[in-house]
Ligand binder design. Structure first.
Ligand SMILES: Nc1nc2c(ncn2[C@@H]2O[C@H](COP(=O)(O)OP(=O)(O)O)[C@@H](O)[C@H]2O)c(=O)[nH]1
Ligand SMILES: [Mg+2]
Length: 304
């Protein structure tokens, strides 16, 4: 049996979480068109008869402006500890910037081996992709202080095209070893965390602008009744009164919408009927208050 740890890194919104979900074949990590959707290191596990690959999905690399941002950066660093390979994801539609090259060079100077992914090829053509790829061609060769990129894979996490090419390339980095997780596990995150994330995903989808970035979600209580229905009490934390009003919406319309869509996903996750009760609470400036961050699921103690 072979196994290994693979860190998935990149700037916000390039499709890291979508890629981890596609590799694992399960919804491990929430996805949205907004930047900074992923706030923790999320483990996605793929086990076959021959191997176990443990992926770390990570928050997008960005300039941290809050304590939460610093926590997110720390999660990226933790994902590299003990990693057997690093996958750096780029958006195939975007012209590579100096920040992209700097990110790549930094990782080529430190082992483990680096794989490059150009995601979202379903939205582009070979003619447009070619110049983007050729800008990285020099990295296919070692150059004094830095190693070469092991493989460059253009793919689509959405359509699934070439995801297997990446998967097969990564098998080469696995080591003879033990299973780190039971064969049927696809994440190490607890159920309550997954539930809170699904609620946050819907808030990110339906709310506009800056409000979603100030939202925290915590599952406060969960129990099953005699019919096997799960009753879940959820707190949604907002940073100010005006945000609370927007999250609730006119006549409670927005909160109902978030709840209904989240509940459908939670039912799939738990495989039973679900009843949710959601309260919106104000926690001023919580993204800078470590004691509240812990309540919402962002505590470095849990990330080692
Ligand atoms: N068209 C297309 N969109 C994608 C693909 N992968 C991700 N996306 C979209 O890009 C946005 C960001 O994806 P996400 O996985 O959350 O990115 P992350 O922030 O890097 O984790 C979402 O709207 C996704 O649906 C892809 O292969 N093709
Ligand atoms: Mg993500």
């Amino acid at each position: 049996m072979k196994s290994g740890f693979i860190a998935v890194l990149g700037r916000p919104n390039v499709g890291k979480s979508s890629l981890v979900n596609a590799l694992v074949g399960e919804k491990v990590s929430i996805v949205s068109p907004k930047a900074q959707t992923t706030r923790n290191r999320i483990t996605g596990i793929l086990t076959t008869d021959a191997y176990q690959m443990v992926f770390s999905d990570t928050p997008g690399i960005h300039a941290a402006r809050t304590r939460l941002g610093e926590y997110m950066d720390a999660c990226v660093k933790y994902s590299l500890i003990g990693a057997d390979a690093v996958v750096i994801v780029f958006d195939a539609l975007k012209k590579p910037s100096p920040v992209d090259f700097a990110l790549l060079e930094k990782h080529l100077k430190n082992s483990p081996p680096v794989y490059l992914v150009f995601n979202k090829i379903d939205l582009t053509s070979y003619e447009k992709l070619y110049p983007v790829l050729s800008a990285f061609a020099a990295y296919a060769k070692p150059d004094g202080a830095r190693a070469a990129v092991k493989e460059i894979v253009p793919l689509s996490a959405r359509s699934g095209r070439n995801v297997d090419v990446l998967k097969n390339a990564l098998i080469a980095e696995l080591k003879e070893g033990v299973l780190y997780y039971p064969p049927d596990a696809y994440t190490d995150r607890p159920e309550r965390f997954m539930i809170a994330e699904l609620v946050r995903e819907k808030a990110l989808l339906f709310l506009n602008d800056e409000i979603p970035h100030g939202i925290g979600v915590a599952v406060q209580d969960m129990r099953y009744d005699e019919h096997g229905t799960a009753h879940i009490r959820i707190d949604l934390f907002a940073e100010r009164d005006s945000h609370k009003a927007i999250i609730i919406g006119e006549g409670g319309e927005m909160l109902r919408r978030i709840n209904t869509h989240a509940r459908q996903d939670i039912e799939k996750l738990l495989g039973c009927k679900v009843y949710t009760e959601t309260f919106v609470k104000i926690r001023r400036d919580w993204r800078n208050r470590p004691n509240i961050m812990g309540d919402v699921g962002y505590d470095l103690k849990d990330e080692h």
